[in-house]
Ligand binder design. Structure first.
Ligand code: NI
Length: 401
């Protein structure tokens, strides 16, 4: 198998199919955990190439297995397939045909790129060393996500390493980026319900004012990051909703706060949770209010393996004319994190932004689009990483020689 510049040339003939598939998916988007037709369609595309396909892996997940004729590692490559509850505002011919649902994050492009990877490997089994396991994953956009169920169903059994890409519109077409270690945040959500004692606005001494209690919690919660968390560990505590009260002269009995916590490591994540609960408990105790918290742990942080991120910086420069960038960590979450908890691997951004082709909107924007050429980049990068890993396999054996 070839790497580098040759690779892009080899994948180029598959570009018309990438466009056809991406545009089909773009017109027929489905929401997370509801990707029945998308999943069926992906399976039939894979079968038409002659791939060995497993359907219904942890929900609507699909695993395509391509076994080479030479000995080598099992390399897993992943694409997600779900869309978002957003009305497509684009006017192009491939705009979404489903009211209120659109591929506003590029997952259609991920799927089309990985289908091209399947076609590429399927046609080159004689030279392929080991196995390539292609994971088409549903439900990335909605916790608890589709990654964990696919793993529980055995999708990564026997795999040595995993790679994934996200087409990224803030990054110009022609560039790619990632970073070693913590790359994307853990995102948790909470709802706090405070119950005081309602009463007359003119007789506060007979009440427990839930608005006063809620306000004190909002204020105190801000000191968790500034005074409890190590300043060298990034963390965010945001309270984005405060609902209480109904009239000028009525003291509110109830107050509901909703928020999110973003962190990059397990220790800080657990600590913020613990401090938030302690803050609520003591403030409510002080005012004589009762409380409940519904704290939902979302995806863990995406932590790239150091060796695999290094492989990206050794492999990707030949593929990207615009250059390769060392990314900053970002506070967005991704369920690729579950795979990286089990296997070494790397999650990478492939530049898909281009104002000239209309691909200048942020992810999850109603006019989001990609520069479609980025799909060739994404497919080439996945293959290049897999083949580079393969040439250094078995790394453990080499270490001990
Ligand atoms: Ni996405």
């Amino acid at each position: 198998m070839k790497t580098g510049g040759h690779l892009k040339k080899l994948l180029q003939p598959l570009y018309p199919d990438m466009i056809r598939r991406r545009r089909y998916l773009h017109q027929h988007p489905e929401l997370s955990f509801q990707e029945a037709k998308t999943s069926q369609w992906i399976a039939s595309e894979l079968r038409s190439m002659g791939c060995e396909v497993q359907e219904g892996v942890g929900g609507y997940g699909i695993v395509a297995t391509i076994k080479g004729h030479l000995p080598g590692p099992v390399v897993a490559l992943r694409a997600d397939m779900d869309a978002l509850p957003i009305q497509d505002e684009k006017t192009c011919e491939y705009a979404s045909k489903v009211p209120g649902i659109m591929h506003a994050c590029g997952h259609d492009g991920h799927t089309a790129a990985l289908l091209a990877v399947a076609e590429y490997y399927q046609g080159g089994k004689d030279q392929l060393a080991g196995e390539r396991r292609l994971l088409f994953q549903p439900a990335e956009e909605l916790t608890p996500g589709g990654a964990e169920p696919m793993m529980k169903a055995g999708a990564l059994e026997g795999a040595d390493v995993i790679y994934g890409v996200h087409l990224w519109s803030p990054l110009p077409y022609g560039q790619a980026s990632t970073k070693p270690g913590p790359f994307m945040a853990a995102a948790d959500e909470f709802t706090i319900d405070i119950t005081g004692l309602g009463g007359h606005g003119g007789m506060p001494h007979k009440t427990v004012d839930a608005i006063i209690v809620g306000s004190a919690i909002v204020q105190a919660a801000q000191s968790i990051v500034s005074r409890n968390v190590n300043p060298l560990q990034p963390a965010v505590v945001t309270i984005g909703s405060f609902q209480a009260g109904s009239a000028n002269n009525v003291i509110a009995e109830r107050c509901q706060l909703k928020g999110t916590v973003r962190t990059f490591d397990a220790e800080t994540r657990a600590y913020v949770h613990e401090r938030l609960k302690a803050t609520i408990e003591h403030i409510c105790g002080m005012y004589g209010a009762s409380w409940e918290i519904d704290y939902r742990f979302g995806y863990p942080p995406v932590v790239n393996d150091e060796t695999e991120a290094d492989r990206f910086f050794r492999t990707a420069p030949e593929l990207f004319e615009g250059g390769v960038v060392r990314a900053e960590a970002i506070m967005v979450a991704e369920d690729f994190s579950y795979y990286l908890e089990k296997l070494p691997g790397c999650f990478m951004f492939v530049g898909a932004g281009n104002a000239e082709t209309g691909a200048s909107y942020a992810h999850h924007h109603p006019r989001f689009d990609i520069d479609e050429r980025a799909m060739i980049d994404a497919a080439s990068l996945l293959v290049a990483m897999a083949e580079h890993y393969s040439t250094e396999w078995p790394s453990e054996g080499l270490d001990t020689l």
